[in-house]
Design a protein around this ligand. Sequence first.
Ligand code: AMP
Length: 223
Amino acid sequence: MNIIIFGPNGSGKGTQGAIIQKKFNIPHIETGVIFRKNIAEGTELGKKAKVYIDKGELVPDEITIPMILNRLKEPDCANGWLLDGFPRNLAQAEALYEALAKENIPLDYVIEIQLDRQIAKNRIMGRRLCVNDNNHPNNIYIDAIKPAEKDGKFVCRICGGELSTRADDQDEAAIDKRHDIYYDTEKGTMAAINFFKERVNVITVDGSPGVNEVSEEILKKLG
Ligand code: AMP
């Protein structure tokens, strides 16, 4: 099962991605996570990417496109994958579509989570990352995934692990820039979504209800 999931930053895309990954037992490939891992490990790729990520800008396509196309060739992707955070602009969508067509790899589902820009922004600022597992979603503003409390401090609601914030999640200018890119219908992520809408059946869901309602809707539409 090969799936792409779209949604603005703060729409719960990562949370829903974790649920879909479990259901279909496929790797959840998140561009942002790959970049952050490289930054933490101090790799050359991480050093290059950090400059853009800190500003909320896209890492250049020359770096991102081959990184993801190579990732899809790894053995754990043989039975499918869930792409999250890629493609993020029209050029990436075209490159992915072409690469898949060339290798006869089907694209089974494209999911779009729709959410109002201001709601998405509030959710981003409440997001907390579990140091133990990226698929342990926590958000101080969303009841369904609100972190637990221990010794007066928020900890991961799933494993009790420490929580951290992303620098680019607390920076309003960076959030606005990321949303500008997402909602751009000319060359940005909305352009990528429209590209797929012209070619495949895109499943659209409303991201405003709670985590469980949204995941039920997605799983129902995935059949
Ligand atoms: P995310 O974790 O998806 O919010 O991504 C964090 C940051 O990583 C973004 O603001 C970009 O700087 C970078 N990034 C993630 N995905 C892509 C992509 N497909 N193309 C270029 N840059 C990306």
